[in-house]
Design a protein. Structure first.
Length: 142
């Protein structure tokens, strides 16, 4: 985890050094976030002795209660989380370090599969065959 933090900080420092002077002057008035920060977990202080508890995957019964828009937003949140976890796992693997809590990736994948399942159920239940076919195409594109 320490190596992940150091590598992440080095990457962020390199990206920040490439930013222009105009961005630096605007940073004085507003906080500018680096897009690379989305691919790394938020740093925890070494004083935190409590183990981090991660949530469970979404159940299909819970997802059935959500609207199409909510499921789409949740899909992209999960996609972002998956990208962050895969980036961290690859980075640690390259440094011959152990990836902490590898079950998190499977929880995200299960949730994403369940979202696709719920959306497919909705597409099958659609009365209009054209709309059903369109919904299925959109789901398969995910």
């Amino acid at each position: 985890m320490l190596a992940a933090r150091l590598f992440g900080r080095a990457l962020l420092a390199a990206a920040k050094s490439e930013s222009s002077a105009a961005a630096a002057s605007s940073a004085a008035t507003t906080k500018v976030t680096n897009p690379l920060e989305q691919f790394f977990e938020v740093d925890r202080t070494p004083d935190d002795d409590k183990p981090v508890i991660y949530g469970r995957s979404w159940k299909a019964s819970e997802l059935r209660l959500k609207s199409w828009d909510d499921l789409q937003k949740l899909w992209y949140v999960l996609l972002k989380e998956k990208n962050m976890l895969m980036t961290q796992r690859q980075m640690l693997h390259a440094q011959n370090l152990r990836f902490p809590n590898p079950e998190r990736i499977s929880k995200v994948r299960k949730s994403m599969c369940r979202i696709k399942h719920v959306l497919t159920e909705r597409a099958i239940d659609e009365q209009d065959p054209r709309r059903s076919a369109e919904m299925k195409r959109m789901i398969n594109a995910l």
